[in-house]
Design a protein around this ligand. Structure first.
Ligand code: FAD
Length: 443
């Protein structure tokens, strides 16, 4: 056990906690039983942007020591320890013809973290969230009891998206997706403005399993011009034999050095990157074969790229709004451009039906995510005003990305919050599980 200063991926608001390493369910139970007054929270690979895997003055359980995969290639069910990363799961199962059915923009997340944030991928409109593919979770409750929970159980629904506050996930059974190649068949379209991009997504996304748009949020060029990338798994039968492969061998191209000055990614450099990115994309390309790693995880090519923002860090602003409030997408881009808050990684997606997770983020409509360097003058006030638009529009912000939401915003946007709180009060009256996020938002 050691005292460590921890932050999220955005590297803002670090706090110090005792890190407890665990390697099996008995360790997890013991750690829960011995949790200090400030409580304990599980931490996976620290890829959430804000403070959900931090616990100032308390314990943080490093679950990456919970390893082990048992895979039945006959039916595609993987029994996976919660500390296993999606990267490791993919390396194990892809060569055997199975794919992780929901993957975020990075595969460097743990199964526990994927469940606790109930993560989504580019296929939410078809396949829902991560926990829609979880058949069982083994959960260590705050009192140390180990229980199995199943879809439909109240505890399952509270744990899916529950940010680690209902128990520590120790293991899960996941139903994987059969594939015949480790390739994606990809269509790319470039749009000169936001309206035509959004119209194409609204009318055409249903024809694809995966869809994501990169939006130019620099300070030059037409606001919201973008590149739409859509596709599905390539079928072995449809491609030449010499190109067929189930090999999964992602490389890491570069590591960003530990000491990067503040301001390397600033208004000018982000605008230039946006411009170059937009120009590089073809106006239209069809049926391009890409490796699954290039298609799903281009960001994983650079290790520790969050350091590019310098020690001051950055935040991600991600909201979802129903179709009726689609204008919030444009208003957000406009408001941020007005104060010179540029974002290089600006991603627009459409979500499908809402799942049963009490605090799960996705609901039908548009979701926009922007990475913004902190320290831009006026940023806090603009984001506060955008929160109001999201509230008015019937949307919400994503807890796994958040570092600044207020309890009021949470109350107004998560209609099943009271149910979550009631269940938490019942199973954890003494708040053995606690985090900086939970205290900040009174979860
Ligand atoms: C580059 C990048 C791209 C991303 N893209 C997406 C995306 O497309 N879609 C998306 O949905 N998310 C995305 N994310 C967010 C990321 O998927 C989530 O934050 C995820 O929870 C991170 O997993 P982790 O293992 O790093 O968990 P951590 O960040 O360490 O923890 C996150 C939460 O999970 C809880 N937790 C971790 N392990 C357990 C456990 N065993 N039991 C109970 N609770 C646990 C923690 O307490 C905490 O509340 C992205 C993040 C990055 C950095």
């Amino acid at each position: 056990m050691s005292d460590v200063l921890l932050s999220g991926w955005g590297r803002t608001a670090p706090t110090r906690a005792h890190v407890v390493e665990v390697s099996d369910a008995a360790h997890v139970a013991a750690a829960l039983l011995h949790a200090p007054a400030r409580g304990l929270i599980a931490r996976g690979l620290g890829r959430s942007y804000g403070d959900p895997a931090q616990n100032a003055g308390g314990d943080v359980l490093d679950i990456t020591g919970l390893t082990g995969i048992t895979f039945d290639a006959a039916n595609g069910v993987a029994t996976v320890a919660a500390g296993v990363s999606l990267d490791a799961l993919m390396r194990e199962c892809t060569p055997q013809g199975w794919w992780v059915p929901v993957t975020p923009g990075t595969r460097q997340v743990t199964v526990g973290g994927a469940i606790a944030a109930d993560v989504h991928g580019k296929n939410h409109h078809v396949d829902g969230t991560f926990t829609a593919h979880v058949a069982r979770m083994a959960l260590s409750l705050p009192d140390g009891t180990l229980v199995n929970v199943y879809p439909g159980d109240a505890l399952f629904n509270a744990t899916a998206g529950g940010m680690g506050l209902t128990g520590v996930v120790v293991e899960a059974d996941i139903q994987l997706l059969p594939i015949t190649t480790a390739l994606a068949r990809v269509d790319t379209d470039r749009f000169d403005d936001l309206d035509s991009l959004m119209a194409a997504m609204a009318s055409g996304d249903d024809q694809y399993r995966y869809s994501v748009a990169w939006v130019d949020a620099g300070t030059r060029g037409t606001l919201g011009r973008g590149i739409l990338i859509r596709g599905d798994h390539a079928n072995a039968a449809d491609i030449p034999e010499r190109k067929r492969t189930l090999a999964f061998d992602p490389g890491t191209l570069a590591t960003v050095p530990a000491l990067v000055p503040n301001g390397l990614l600033n208004k000018a450099s982000i605008t230039a990157l946006n411009e170059a990115w937009f120009r590089k994309a073809p106006r239209q390309r069809r049926d391009e074969l890409q490796s699954l790693t290039a298609f799903f995880h281009p960001l994983d090519m650079a290790r520790d790229w969050n350091r590019m923002y310098g020690p001051r860090g950055f935040l991600q602003y991600q909201f979802v709004v129903p179709d009726s409030a689609g204008h919030v997408v444009q208003r957000t881009l406009e408001a941020l451009r007005m104060i010179g808050a540029t974002s290089f990684l600006t991603v627009l997606k459409r979500f499908g039906a809402e799942g049963p997770g009490l605090l799960s983020f996705p609901r039908p409509g548009w979701t926009l995510a922007l990475d913004i360097p902190t320290g831009v003058p006026g940023l806090a006030a603009v984001l506060d005003s955008l929160d109001e638009l999201v509230i008015e529009g019937g949307g919400r912000l994503y807890l796994a990305k958040d570092s600044r939401m207020t309890p009021r915003t949470l109350e107004l946007t998560y209609p099943r919050l009271a149910q979550f709180r009631a269940l938490r009060a019942e199973i954890d009256p003494n708040r053995r599980l606690n985090s900086d996020l939970a205290r900040r938002l009174d979860l």
